[in-house]
Design a protein around this ligand. Structure first.
Ligand code: ADP
Length: 273
C-alpha cells in the first residue's frame, strides 16, 4: 500500500487525463481543481464528502459537464469540450435505470445496440456479464420481478456489456442493504482482470473505495480539490475486513475528518492539495 501526494502518479499512456480542471453550475464553482489520470484497465475510486463534487467530476468524463478551466485528454489527445463521444462509457447510477417493460436480456441488448456492439457478440456478452454478476438465471425476467440487489447487478452487467473504454459508477451500492452490497462488491473484486475496462467509481465510503480500487483519489470538501492519491496494491481477491484496508481506513478517517466535516472552515479559493 502506498500513499502518495496528489499529482505524483505517472500519467504515461493514460486512457484519460484531467488537468487542473474546475467545473461550475451557473454562478457556482462546484469543483475547484481536479487532477486525475486513469490508465487502461485501472479501477480508480473518487471519495469525498457529500456535495463536494464527485458526481460532477464523473460527469466530466462522460461529457455531461464541461470544464470552466483546465484540460481533459483521451489517450493523449486534447478532448476538452468534446468529451461526449471521446470515450465509450458504461454508466451505473445509484438507481438501476432499467427499462421496466423490457426483460433483463432485452435491457442489455438495447444498450449494446445503442453502443454499436456487433449483434453476433450480444449473446456471448450477455451471458458473460450476467453470469459474472450472478443474475444469468433472470435473463427472461422483467426488472419489477427482481430484488433491488438483482436489479443493480443487471445494471452493472449492462454497463460492462457495452464494451466500454470506461465504466463510470456513481455510488452504485448506496441504495442497497449492506449484505447485498458486500456480495456485489465481492463479485466485482474477485472477477477483476487487467483487461477489463477502466472504472471510475464514486463513493463516500472509504472502505468500499479501498477494497475495490487500484487507486483512490481523495477530494476535499466542496468546491473540491484533490487532497491525496492512495495506491492500493493488495492482491485480489481481497477481504473486505483485510487488516491493511481497515488500518488504512482508520488513518484516512483521522486525517480527513476535520477537513470533511461540514463545520470545518472551507479551503481558501485557489488553495491546493
Ligand atoms: P457529490 O457527488 O460529491 O455529492 P455533486 O457533484 O453532486 O457532489 O455536487 C457538487 C456541488 O454542485 C453541490 O453543491 C451541488 O449542489 C452542486 N450541483 C450539482 N449538480 C448541480 C446542477 N445540475 N445545478 C446546480 N448545482 C449543482
Amino acid at each position: 500500500m502506498t500513499v502518495q501526494d496528489a499529482g505524483s502518479i505517472t500519467r504515461e499512456e493514460a486512457l484519460v487525463t484531467v488537468d487542473d480542471v474546475s467545473i461550475g453550475y451557473s454562478e457556482k464553482v462546484a469543483v475547484e481543481k481536479v487532477d486525475l489520470s486513469v490508465q487502461p484497465g485501472e479501477f480508480v475510486s473518487i471519495i469525498g464528502p457529500s456535495g463536494c463534487g464527485k458526481s460532477t467530476s464523473l460527469h466530466l468524463l462522460s461529457g455531461l459537464n464541461e470544464p470552466l478551466r483546465g484540460r481533459v485528454s483521451v489517450r493523449g489527445v486534447d478532448s476538452t469540450g468534446s468529451m461526449g463521444g471521446a470515450l465509450k462509457v458504461g454508466y451505473v447510477f445509484q438507481d438501476h435505470r432499467l427499462l421496466p417493460w423490457r426483460t433483463v436480456a432485452q435491457n442489455l441488448d438495447i444498450a449494446m445496440k445503442n453502443a454499436a456492439v456487433p449483434q453476433e457478440e450480444w449473446a456471448q456478452r450477455r451471458s458473460r456479464y450476467l453470469s459474472l454478476l450472478r443474475v444469468a438465471d433472470h435473463e427472461g425476467s422483467f426488472p419489477l420481478r427482481l430484488s433491488g440487489g438483482q436489479r443493480q447487478r443487471v445494471s452493472i452487467a449492462r454497463a460492462m456489456a457495452v464494451s466500454p473504454d470506461i465504466v463510470l459508477m456513481d455510488e452504485p451500492f448506496s441504495g442497497l442493504d449492506e449484505v447485498t452490497a458486500r456480495s456485489i462488491r465481492r463479485e466485482l473484486d474477485a472477477s477483476r482482470q487487467r483487461q477489463d475496462p477502466a472504472t471510475v467509481f464514486v463513493t463516500h465510503s472509504i472502505r468500499e473505495a479501498l477494497y475495490l480500487s487500484d487507486r483512490v483519489v481523495m477530494l476535499s470538501r466542496g468546491p473540491a480539490h484533490v487532497i491525496k492519491e492512495i495506491v492500493v496494491d493488495i492482491p485480489r481477491p481481497r477481504a473486505y475486513d483485510d487488516e491493511t484496508i481497515v488500518d488504512l481506513e482508520k488513518t484516512i478517517v483521522d486525517e480527513v475528518l476535520e477537513q470533511w466535516e461540514d463545520t470545518a472552515v472551507p479551503a481558501p479559493a485557489g488553495g491546493t492539495a
